[in-house]
Design a protein around this ligand. Structure first.
Ligand SMILES: Nc1ncnc2c1ncn2[C@@H]1O[C@H](COP(=O)(O)OP(=O)(O)OP(=O)(O)O)[C@@H](O)[C@H]1O
Ligand SMILES: [Mg+2]
Length: 158
């Protein structure tokens, strides 16, 4: 079974703090998926991660486009696969994944077949009005190291 790490968030502010810390550690070509029900906090997390990457424009869910591109210290790609009509249509995502930016994908289950095997999966579980559990599930040595570094990076207070 894959190893996973869990962090509890007790507020949107705490979620922002967690995302900010991860945003300060990610590197070019990193791929992060965010899974969770409607309103779990995927976009809330993405906004702070983008900010940590130096993106100044406001990040909103890309409702009418599959992918939105931002420029920070690195290119930042935000994908929301929720409304993808044909899961099997080849979206040519490798072009984004390998272009030196950081990619965050909401609703990755919609395009499971098109994701690279090595990536960081984050699952957000709703456990109360303001409370969420974050599960960090890395695949591949690189992402395991990234998550270990992230957990050590600084004490994340509860
Ligand atoms: N601990 C928390 N972490 C994140 N969001 C929280 C938390 N507590 C409450 N919230 C609220 O939950 C909502 C999360 O909305 P958000 O748009 O981020 O969800 P989402 O997962 O992107 O949903 P969708 O699938 O509809 O795009 C926000 O209104 C936010 O303020
Ligand atoms: Mg969203």
């Amino acid at each position: 079974m894959k190893e996973e790490w869990t962090i509890k968030s007790v507020s949107p502010k705490k979620t922002a703090e967690i995302a900010d810390k991860l945003g300060k550690l990610v590197k070019p070509n990193d791929i992060i998926t965010l899974k969770g029900d409607l309103g779990a906090g995927k976009t809330t997390f993405t906004k702070s991660l983008a900010k940590a990457l130096g993106v100044e424009r406001t990040v909103n869910s890309p409702t009418f486009t599959i992918m939105k591109e931002y420029q920070g210290y690195l290119p930042f790609y935000h994908m929301d696969a929720y409304r993808i009509a044909d899961e099997l249509e080849d979206l040519g995502l490798d072009e984004y994944f390998e272009s030196g930016g950081v990619t965050v994908i909401e609703w990755p289950e919609m395009i499971a077949e098109q994701l690279p095997e090595e990536r960081l999966d984050i699952v957000i579980e709703y456990t109360g009005e303001d409370e969420r559990l974050f599960y960090f599930i890395p695949t591949g040595d690189y992402y395991v190291t990234l998550i270990k570094e992230f957990m050590d990076y600084e004490h994340i207070s509860n």
